[in-house]
Design a protein around this ligand. Structure first.
Ligand code: CAA
Length: 240
C-alpha cells in the first residue's frame, strides 16, 4: 500500500508542485487549502488529487481536517507544512493584524498541523515532517519583519522536533526556498522583483519543481538519516 502524504497549501504554487511530485513518486496525496475553491477544484480535476478546505491557523479545524483525510485515505505518513502567506510592510507601517495573521498561519500553522499528527507517527514508528520555510527566515528581508520572524521560527521548531522524533523513526527537516516564480513572488512590485533577481547568481527565479524535488527526497526511505537539516534551495542568493 502506498504511503499517504498531506501537503498544506497544496493546490497552488510550490505546494501544488510538491503534491504532484509526491503523487508521481507513488504516494497517495491529499492537498489542503484555505480559500481559493476555484483553484482547488481545477487542481483536483487536473491531477485527481483530493483537496480539503480548512485554515491551518485554526487548531480545531486542523484536527477535524486531518481526521477526515485519514478516514478517507489512511494514516498520514508524510506531512508537508507548506501553507504560508505574506503581509509585507515596512515595520513602521506594519499593523498588529499583519503581524498576527502571518504568525498564525506561517508559524502556529506548523504547530497546529504537526501536533495532532505526532502521536500517530510515534505509534507507527515512522513519519516525515517537511517544513517549508524561506530564504527570508535565514537572512531577513526589508518589509517582512513578520514573515522573517515566523519563517525563522519554523527553522527552530524543526531543529527541536527532529531531536524528539529521531528515536521514533520520524524525521523533521526544513527547506528554505529562495525566490520562486509563484503568485506570491509575482505580487512583489516589479521594480523590487527585478532588483531581487539581479542578486540571484543562477540568474533566474526558482521553479516550484526545484523545491518539490527536495521534498520527494526528504520524504523517501533513503533520507532516513537526514533529520534536523535545513536544505537551502535559492540559486545561490544567500549562502548559509
Ligand atoms: N532596502 C532598503 N530600503 C528599501 C528596501 C530595501 N530592500 N526596499 C524599499 N526600501 C525603501 C524605499 O527605497 C523607500 O525609501 P524612500 O522613502 O527613501 O524612497 C522606503 O523603503 C519605502 O519604500 P516603499 O515606498 O516601497 O514602501 P511601501 O510601503 O510602498 O512598500 C514594501 C514597502 C511592501 C516592503 C515593498 O518594498 C516590497 O514589497 N518589498 C519586497 C518585500 C519582499 O521581498 N517580499 C517577499 C515576498 S515573496 C516571499 O515572501 C516568498 C519567499 O519566501 C521568498
Amino acid at each position: 500500500m502506498s504511503r499517504v502524504a498531506l501537503v498544506t497549501g497544496g493546490s497552488r504554487g510550490i505546494g501544488a508542485a510538491i503534491a504532484k511530485a509526491l503523487q508521481a513518486a507513488g504516494y497517495t496525496v491529499a492537498a489542503n487549502y484555505a480559500g481559493n475553491d476555484e483553484a482547488a477544484a481545477k487542481f483536483t480535476e487536473e491531477t485527481g488529487i483530493k483537496t480539503y478546505k480548512w485554515s491551518v491557523a485554526d487548531y480545531d479545524a486542523c484536527v477535524e481536517g486531518i481526521a477526515k483525510v485519514e478516514a478517507e485515505l489512511g494514516p498520514i505518513d508524510v506531512l508537508v507544512n507548506n501553507a504560508g502567506i505574506t503581509r509585507d510592510a515596512p515595520f513602521h507601517k506594519m499593523t498588529r493584524e499583519q503581524w498576527q495573521q502571518v504568525m498564525d498561519t506561517n508559524l502556529s500553522g506548523v504547530f497546529n498541523m504537526t501536533h495532532p499528527l505526532w502521536p500517530g507517527m510515534r505509534d507507527r514508528k515512522f513519519g516525515r515532517v517537511i517544513n517549508i520555510s524561506s530564504i527570508n527566515g535565514q537572512k531577513g528581508q526589508f518589509g517582512q519583519a513578520n514573515y522573517s520572524a515566523a519563517k525563522a521560527g519554523d527553522i527552530g521548531f524543526t531543529k527541536a522536533l527532529a531531536q524528539e522524533g529521531a528515536r521514533a523513526g520520524i524525521t523533521v527537516n526544513v527547506i528554505c526556498p529562495g525566490y520562486v516564480a509563484t503568485e506570491m513572488v509575482m505580487a512583489v512590485p516589479e521594480k523590487v522583483r527585478e532588483a531581487i533577481i539581479a542578486t540571484i547568481p543562477v540568474g533566474r527565479l526558482g521553479e516550484p519543481e526545484d523545491i518539490a524535488r527536495c521534498v520527494v527526497f526528504l520524504a523517501s526511505d533513503d533520507a532516513g538519516f537526514v533529520t534536523g537539516s535545513t536544505i537551502t534551495a535559492n540559486g545561490g542568493q544567500y549562502l548559509t
